[in-house]
Design a binder for this molecule. Structure first.
Ligand code: 0WD
Length: 256
């Protein structure tokens, strides 16, 4: 199925082969899309290069983009405009909080840690969407990743839960601003998946175990499953959908 042939998508946030961003990249690649990868810095460049080399077409573009720096965002999208021109969608798969603030009581969150989590995990979607909008001249679709901890209290998720709550609201405001340009903005609320970012959350194993025991599907979800929902949201299959959160979590969120 080459549903996305002739289309170009930006994937932000591949750190390694376990990254949800990589699951999304594979789903889009298999549907025929051309991919542009952005990575946080030199530290991750080699990882991304090695992963991209495993794809069976080599039409990808790789660019650095630390989302805490406006000038890097501007430069990355200027390069994309110059080398590719039009883009049709973007997957924002980026979050960060200090490990010491992903445990214990939320009340101990520092001002600096709060700002950092909000900046990287929530505000970055605003900055990146503004830059991407200029290249989405044929309409587009933007997808971000959120988590249940933004809707309700999940132990240890703390400052990241508050950042996800902001992100969920940002999706709605962006959807309203960009809708008239035929750009849709949605998020996927993924169930817990063992990744580098997840390692930072204290007792992550017990979160996984709860899903296996209690979620309607009695199992955790995979990067591939998040990838398939991203394919839906980034393609015309979801053409009437914007400002939405889709839970890909084995149904866990419906439990009281
Ligand atoms: O259970 C999970 N893994 C879930 C993850 C459940 C629900 C949602 N999510 C979300 C995360 O909150 C995040 O928004 O999915 C998104 C992707 O996270 P991931 O795939 O779980 O984790 P990972 O592979 O670590 O990718 C996140 C990446 C960073 O990796 P590291 O671990 O090196 O911090 O976000 C990127 C970076 O590549 N990132 C940045 N990119 C650009 N600029 C920055 C930055 N300043 N900071 C972090």
């Amino acid at each position: 199925n080459q549903m996305l042939a002739g289309r170009t998508y930006v994937i932000m946030g591949v750190a390694n082969k376990r990254s949800i961003a990589w699951g999304i990249a594979k789903a889009l690649h298999d549907a025929g899309a051309r991919l542009i990868f952005t990575y946080q810095g030199e530290r991750l460049k080699k990882n991304v290069e090695e992963l991209v080399a495993t794809l069976d077409r080599d039409d990808s573009l790789l660019l650095p983009c630390d989302v805490t720096k406006d000038e890097e965002i501007i430069e990355a999208f200027a390069t994309i405009k110059e080398k590719v021109g039009v883009i049709h969608g973007l997957a924002h798969c980026i979050a960060f909080a200090k490990t010491e603030e992903l445990q214990g009581e939320f009340v101990h969150t520092s001002r600096e840690g709060y700002h950092l989590a909000q900046d990287i995990s929530a505000y970055s979607l605003v900055a990146v969407s503004r830059a991407a909008k200029e290249l989405m001249t044929e309409g587009g679709s933007i997808v971000t990743l959120t988590y249940l901890g933004g809707e309700r209290v999940v132990p240890n998720y703390n400052v990241m839960g508050v950042a996800k709550a902001a992100l969920d609201s940002i999706v709605k405001y962006l959807a309203n601003d960009l809708g008239p340009h035929n750009i849709r903005v949605n998020s996927i609320s993924a169930g817990p998946i063992r990744t580098l970012a997840a390692k930072g959350v204290k007792d992550f194993n017990s979160i996984l175990k709860t899903i296996e025991e209690k979620a309607p599907l009695r199992r955790t979800v995979t990067q591939e499953e998040v990838g398939k929902t991203a394919l839906y949201l980034l393609s015309d299959l979801s053409s009437g959908v914007t400002g939405e959160i889709i839970h890909v979590d084995s149904g866990f969120n419906i439990l009281g």
